[in-house]
Write a protein that binds this ligand. Structure first.
Ligand code: GDP
Ligand code: IMO
Ligand code: MG
Length: 439
């Protein structure tokens, strides 16, 4: 299951729904930059690293090797869940995931400040620098944490090296290697019972015919390779990332479920063609409670963009789509959908690779009538106002992907299941109403 936009599509809610039929839920990329909100029976859970499947007592939850783990935040998350009587005994952590260290957080924030007007608007959680060290081959992995003697040696060297960068480049005070080593050795002991060879574990589960759900964080447009570079995160949220980020071969993945909001939001910097300034943007932000789960930042809001939607269908090989937050559009008199861009006077149907070109795209809109009725209590497609159903059909047609789930509120029950997204037809090429899509 992947995000089809710029993150915060409501993946937490959809993972929670799908986890009911999953035996194992696996995070494959990202770190504590993610913020997934799940509302169950009026209780709100905010998860950053632990897969949203943890709310089911018998579901095994795995934090895969493609993630980056901030042990401090992970332990806080474990404590919070335990305090709410949610068992965390089924949480497993990949021994080859990389570890976010204090210098990663410091460098993330300092480098953003240094970038000035060119800043990315990161979450400041050290994500980019942790992945950079992984690529540079100076990273600390979970299995390094588990070896106190080796860790002491490795961290002494690394912290002295990072202190040069902190002091000379960013004018920051150096870190005390001994204090950091002691802090991380304590984290290691707390996490040790959860650490496993996660790829082997998943392979065994596949052999036992278990249902495995790979839970993407962030979204397609934040993908390091396929997103709006450089305004992206440092991992691969796209479906392909699930293979690399878990050690599972592509032949073992049966289907790809996308999640998109009925409109678009984005946190941080970077071009956003359908962004709404002024009262309409404010209205979507208010009705959708569009404030970041991780940083509390206000999310930028705009109309649904079917160009990026189609791109997400292509890049992820998406079989079906969950559309969330349809209820947020309930009051609007009319709703716009971006069907194509105009670039230098030319109509363009495809997402451009360059952020500079993307910034110059003018959206070409189709305007649809609103329904101006509450959809929050609808539980079948037939319950929806005609205009709302027409809106969904229009999106499915534009993106050439069937809509399997429609979400109309934050809680589990505020959902219409159109097609079973797990056992239903693959890339069924159906509209929301079940009629075939001609491609
Ligand atoms: P994620 O990062 O993709 O998991 O999304 P977030 O949890 O960061 O943001 C989505 C927000 O929308 C959360 O506060 C959810 O509780 C909420 N939400 C999810 N689905 C719906 C929906 O259908 N309607 C409304 N109004 N809120 C929703
Ligand atoms: P979930 O999983 C929305 C954005 C940041 C910034 C860019 C890079 O909740 O959908 P980073 O800290 O990753 O280096 O920041 O990516 N970003 C997100 N936006 N939802 C997220 O996660 C995000 N994780 C990172 O705002 O623009
Ligand atoms: Mg989020």
């Amino acid at each position: 299951m992947i995000g089809a936009q710029w993150g915060d599509e409501g993946k937490g809610k959809i993972t929670d729904l799908l986890s009911k039929s999953a035996d194992v839920v696996v995070r494959y990329q990202g770190g504590v930059n993610a913020g997934h909100t799940v509302v169950v029976q009026g209780q709100t859970f905010k998860l950053h690293l632990i897969p949203s499947g943890i709310l089911y007592p018998d579901t095994e939850c795995i934090i895969g090797c493609g993630t980056v783990i901030d042990p401090k935040v992970l332990i806080e998350e474990l404590d919070q869940l335990e305090a709410l009587n949610i068992s965390t005994r089924n949480l497993l952590i990949s021994e080859t995931a990389h570890v976010t260290m204090p210098y990663h957080r410091l460098i993330d924030r300092a480098s953003e400040e240094r970038r000035g007007d060119h800043k990315i608007g990161t979450t400041g959680r050290g994500i980019g620098p942790t992945y950079a060290d992984k690529s540079e081959r100076t990273g600390i992995r979970v299995l390094d944490l588990m070896n106190p003697q080796g860790l002491r040696k490795q961290l002494n060297w690394t912290i002295n090296y990072k202190n040069v960068i902190l002091e000379k480049l960013y004018n920051l005070p150096p870190l005390d290697p001994e204090a950091v080593i002691e802090e991380y050795l304590a984290y290691a002991e707390r996490l040790r019972p959860h650490v496993v060879d996660s790829s082997l574990r998943i392979y065994d589960a596949i052999h036992r015919k278990r249902n495995i759900l790979f839970e993407g964080a962030q979204g397609t447009l934040l993908d390091l390779d396929h997103g709006t570079y450089p305004y992206v995160t440092s991992s691969n949220p796209v479906a392909g990332g699930a293979c690399v980020g878990t050690g599972v071969g592509p032949t073992m993945i049966d289907r790809v479920i996308g999640v998109a909001k009925a409109y678009t939001t984005r946190v941080g910097e970077g071009p956003f063609p359908t962004e709404l300034q002024g009262t309409l943007g404010e209205l979507l932000c208010d009705r959708g409670a569009e404030f970041g789960t991780t940083t509390g930042r206000k999310r930028r809001c705009g109309w649904f963009d079917a160009v990026i939607g189609r791109y997400a269908v292509r890049i992820n090989g998406m079989d079906c789509l969950a559309i969330t937050k349809l209820d947020v559009l309930d009051e609007l008199e009319e709703i716009k959908v971006c069907v194509a861009y105009e670039i230098d006077g030319q109509r363009c149907e495809n997402f451009p690779s360059s952020a500079r070109v993307f910034a110059s795209c003018q959206p070409i809109y189709k305007t649809l009538p609103g329904w101006q009725k509450s959809t929050a209590e609808c539980r079948t497609l037939e319950d929806l106002p005609k205009q709302a159903l027409d809106y969904l059909k229009f999106l499915a047609e534009l993106m050439e992907v069937p809509i399997a789930i429609v979400s109309l509120g934050a809680s589990r029950d505020q959902t219409i299941i159109v097609e079973d997204p797990i056992h239903g037809p693959k890339r069924a090429l159906l509209h929301a109403d079940g009629t075939p899509v001609s491609v």
